[in-house]
Design a protein around this ligand. Structure first.
Ligand code: COA
Length: 190
């Protein structure tokens, strides 16, 4: 269940927990650093392909918006930043997508919801295709992309290359209607 209020969504996850989702800004950089440093090393490796992440650099890049970059952050009821996702345009029609969810909230629909919201916003900007590089052992991410967004996955040089149409956000929102925005509108770049 969710509710749309101006520039943020109030969402009830499938376990009943409530989160607020809103566009990311550069002011989120310190909280993003906390999210990234709180992830299990294995989760950080899945997201950034390295165990020895430059935490300050990664938080800075994650918070950067504008010029074909759009991010979303989710906060729990205590105000802690518990998830982040962004897309960065590669050209006028393609963008790379990435997401990370705090470990204790995995499997509740948050990753799916954030990608769905990003895809809707990207589509509005003429981006037709999301791509992502995923480690082959990252079953959770591959399942979300394949099951939720009908992604095509091709193995190349040790990496799973994922590609799916941004329009597939509609199918994802139909599959899990309890997690979607209550109005057809979606979160937009500020
Ligand atoms: C990969 C990752 C982002 C997935 O996020 P998540 O929030 O756990 O994923 P979801 O909860 O949306 O999806 C997980 C499962 O819930 C299901 N689901 C999603 N929304 C749902 C809903 N509203 N109701 C019921 N089920 C739902 C999905 O189909 C999926 O099912 P499965 O486990 O049977 O395959 C998360 O594991 C993570 O942060 N990993 C570390 C970082 C990383 O790997 N990032 C990706 C790099 S590109």
């Amino acid at each position: 269940m969710s509710d749309r209020d101006a520039d943020h969504l109030l969402v009830r996850l499938r376990d009943g927990a409530r989160v607020t989702v809103r566009p990311c800004t550069e002011a989120d950089e310190p909280a993003l650093r906390c999210l990234l440093s709180g992830l299990r090393p294995q989760s950080r490796r899945m997201r950034f392909f390295t165990g020895g992440l430059d935490m300050d650099g990664a938080a800075h890049m994650s918070a950067a918006t504008g010029e074909g970059r759009f991010g979303l952050v989710a906060h729990d009821e205590t105000g802690a930043l518990v998830a982040h996702a962004l897309y960065a345009q590669l050209d006028s029609t393609h963008a790379e997508v990435g997401v990370e969810v705090a470990d204790h909230l995995h499997g509740r629909g948050l990753g799916t919801l954030l990608i769905e919201q990003l895809a809707a916003e990207a589509e509005r900007h003429g981006v037709t295709t999301f791509v992502a590089d995923v480690l082959p052992e990252n079953r959770a991410m591959l399942d979300v992309f394949r099951d939720g967004f009908d992604a095509r996955v091709r193995f190349r040089e040790g990496i799973d290359k994922v590609e799916f149409p941004t329009s597939s956000w509609r199918a994802a929102s139909e599959r899990f209607p309890e997690s979607q925005a209550s109005s057809p509108a979606h979160l937009r770049a500020p």
